[in-house]
Design a protein around this ligand. Structure first.
Ligand code: ADP
Ligand code: UDP
Length: 236
């Protein structure tokens, strides 16, 4: 598969065309941003870790019956994925209070919910990815009712699979963000990434944060936390 022109450079990844019009190449960077791009930095080795962790999770989810965009890992930082039309929604699942949930409702972090929650943000950098409800997503023509239903069911299924997988690694899956896309035949697949950039991971025993919050909140040992998560997930 030949790598062709760069189509898009995002905050964490570059996306290239390939000689197959249905396949893209994703290249993971060490760049890190937070607070809608206001805070910028680099996390050494992050690109390689997020590439490998994402691909591991995507392949596990495929085995559990969740369709994904994953095609093939090419190198440390590069992966082939099915080209999808991204549904412009960030789908956030929460098992434990943290981050914007704790702030919005004025509660402490660490409240374990009886049931997982779901919410959507409208993917639009200029607007700062505002919270959106299903009716507004429908009104904006972002997705159909059926597509939103499919996305919700898939997101909760991903949560069940990931929650028990991470429990075995002595990690609490606090919350995470997913993106979905439509492939050529119109079906919905899980896309983008699943990594310490997009999930909150707390060690189950010490409650130590093992994710991007170490960067967002200047907690130090950012690289170590990413490496520790890769070690637990991939066993190396
Ligand atoms: P951002 O755009 O938020 O800065 P990234 O740096 O991660 O994010 O850029 C990757 C971009 O590629 C994102 O906009 C994401 O929605 C998009 N993307 C992820 N998977 C696919 C795919 N399979 N097909 C097309 N676009 C994708
Ligand atoms: N998240 C993400 N990208 C975003 C916003 C959130 O990957 O643009 C992830 C974030 O890492 C966390 C979860 O979604 O695991 C919930 O984030 P929250 O709404 O608490 O936002 P934040 O703390 O970033 O304001």
């Amino acid at each position: 598969m030949e790598k062709k022109e760069m189509l898009y450079e995002g905050k964490a990844k570059k996306v290239y065309a390939t000689d197959n019009p249905e396949v893209l190449l994703v290249d993971y960077k060490d760049d890190a941003t937070a607070f809608n791009g206001l805070k910028k930095g680099t996390i050494a080795g992050k690109g390689a870790i997020n590439n490998r962790v994402t691909n591991y999770m995507m392949q596990m989810l495929e085995k559990e019956g969740v369709p994904t965009h994953f095609v093939k890992e090419l190198s440390e930082r590069e992966t082939l994925v099915k080209k999808v039309s991204i549904v412009p929604l960030e789908v956030i699942i929460r098992n434990i209070s943290a981050g914007s949930f704790a702030k919005r409702y004025g509660v402490e972090e660490g409240i374990v919910f009886a049931e997982p929650t779901i919410e959507f943000s409208y993917k639009n950098d200029d607007l700062g990815d505002p919270l959106i409800n299903e009716y507004h997503a429908l009104a904006l023509g972002v997705a159909t009712k059926e597509e939103i239903e499919t996305i919700k069911n898939m997101a909760f299924k991903v949560n069940e699979v990931m929650k028990s997988f991470f429990k075995n690694l002595n990690v609490d899956l606090v919350d995470f963000k997913l993106e979905f896309g439509k492939v050529a035949d119109g079906s919905i697949v899980l896309a983008d990434e699943i990594s310490p950039d997009t999930c909150r991971f707390w060690d189950s025993t010490t409650h130590e944060k093992l994710d991007k919050d170490r960067f967002r909140r200047d907690l130090g040992n950012v690289e170590d936390a990413y490496a520790e998560m890769m070690k637990r997930i991939l066993g190396e």
